[in-house]
Design a protein around this ligand. Structure first.
Ligand SMILES: [Zn+2]
Length: 407
């Protein structure tokens, strides 16, 4: 990809924001700043300037005429489990035959099944599989990405997963953040000795991860049947000593205190939120924690959708992400996520656009470099064909509208 160029004849340049805007909330989420018939100048892979075509600078720079196509900021997928060994299509069939996700987990399926498969797979094979998924996601317009561990559940295998993520960071042309999710589930040998596993996370996993600088964030599955509020807090305080800010899995399976625990521990985001009441919404309103909703897993598991509409109406910011993983959301198509968020979480198309771009960037600590058309930010864009309106994009559901990606 070129380092210096000017894209010309942009039909609509969308998602323009001032430098100081790090997220959008409430009513602000319904607005998108647009320029018609525009150019954008890129220098050293960063946005140098943009404006109307009549003001396009005359330079020796390489010109790329996109003939009226639209240009939007690259999507930020702030929640994925992209490193895994195998699909779980057998469990998919079990669910089609009537079993629930929780029944399957109780029978040794679910996360523990993924962990068993991952523990016996070598690092190179895992890397190749994840690399292929990441390339597909990039082609779809995902131009910044979070990847969690959490299918290792042993010191050796959690480190193996995070080393795979580190290699992806080095080898792929987009920004990637690594999140340590050793507290994804209790391994069966610790089923009746929770403290034993928590000690393993705190005393062995965290120091080794910090030593190799393998993680940017810490995550805990704080929910019914997984980690309690007290167990979560214990892990988060230990991680804070290593400088790891939390991004929490919370309120997927019930009103279990995940939101409050996330906010109390200064989490960057709290993700899932299928079960949320006014109490949690008010708690979030007084915080810097981004609520992230994951319509792909609601769709695939046939569980309730997070009430995105009520959250925005209450004045909250909302972010959406794919939750790409083999058990509950085997897709990384953010165009489809966009449509689902509109149809089932109650977002309007413009709100979902902001949820995927600037708010996605916030949920990954990347608002200063990603998520909008802003001078000085990284030049990562998606061009699409021209539409009649932004509302038409999620209407054409389950399609990849990225004509070209720029990074
Ligand atoms: Zn997840």
């Amino acid at each position: 990809m070129l380092k210096n160029y000017i894209i010309t004849n942009i039909g609509q340049l969308m998602g323009i924001l001032p430098k100081e805007t790090l997220l959008l909330k409430g009513e602000e989420m319904g607005h998108i700043n647009v320029l018609h018939n525009a150019f954008i100048e890129v220098e050293d892979r960063k946005i140098k300037s943009f404006g109307l075509m009549e003001n396009c600078p005359e330079t020796e720079s390489h010109l790329v005429n996109i003939h009226g196509d639209w240009l939007i900021p690259g999507f930020v997928d702030s929640h994925t489990h992209m490193v895994f060994a195998n699909s779980r299509h057998n469990e998919y069939v079990m669910r089609l035959q009537g079993k629930t996700y929780e029944d399957i987990a109780a029978e040794g399926g679910g996360i523990l099944n993924s962990a068993k498969k991952l523990q016996s797979m070598d690092e190179d094979t895992l890397y190749k599989k994840a690399h292929k998924f990441a390339e597909e996601a990039i082609a779809g317009g995902t131009l910044a990405l979070e990847i969690k561990s959490g299918y290792g559940l042993s010191v050796e295998s959690e480190l193996k997963m995070l080393r795979v993520v580190k290699r992806l960071k080095n080898d792929l042309p987009i920004s990637i953040k690594a999140t340590f999710l050793g507290a994804h589930a209790f391994p069966s040998e610790f089923k009746s000795n929770h403290q034993g596993y928590i000690d393993l996370i705190i005393k062995e996993m965290l120091p080794s991860i910090a030593n190799e600088q393998l993680a940017d964030y810490i995550d805990v599955f704080c929910d019914k049947g997984f980690f309690s509020v007290d167990e979560t807090s214990q892990i988060l305080s230990a991680a804070a000593a290593f400088g790891l800010q939390p991004k929490i899995h919370g309120n997927e399976l019930g009103l279990t205190g995940g939101v409050q625990t996330a906010v109390d521990n200064n989490a960057l985001s709290v993700d899932h939120l299928e079960h949320i009441s006014d109490v949690e919404i008010n708690y979030l309103l007084n915080s810097n924690t981004m609520p992230v909703i994951l319509p792909g897993s609601s769709f695939f598991l046939k569980i309730p959708y997070a009430p995105g509409r009520s959250m925005i109406d209450a004045g909250l910011p909302v972010c959406i992400a794919s939750d790409f993983n083999p058990g509950s959301s085997p897709h990384h198509n953010l165009w489809f996520t966009w449509s689902l968020a509109c149809l089932y979480n109650g977002l309007l198309p413009a709100e979902a656009f902001n949820a995927l771009t600037i708010n996605g960037a916030y949920a990954l600590g990347l608002s200063n470099s990603h998520g909008s058309i802003t001078e000085g930010k990284k030049a990562c864009f998606i061009s699409t064909r021209p539409f009649e309106s932004i509302n038409e994009i999620p209407y054409w559901f389950a399609q990849n509208h990225a004509k070209k990606v720029w990074y």
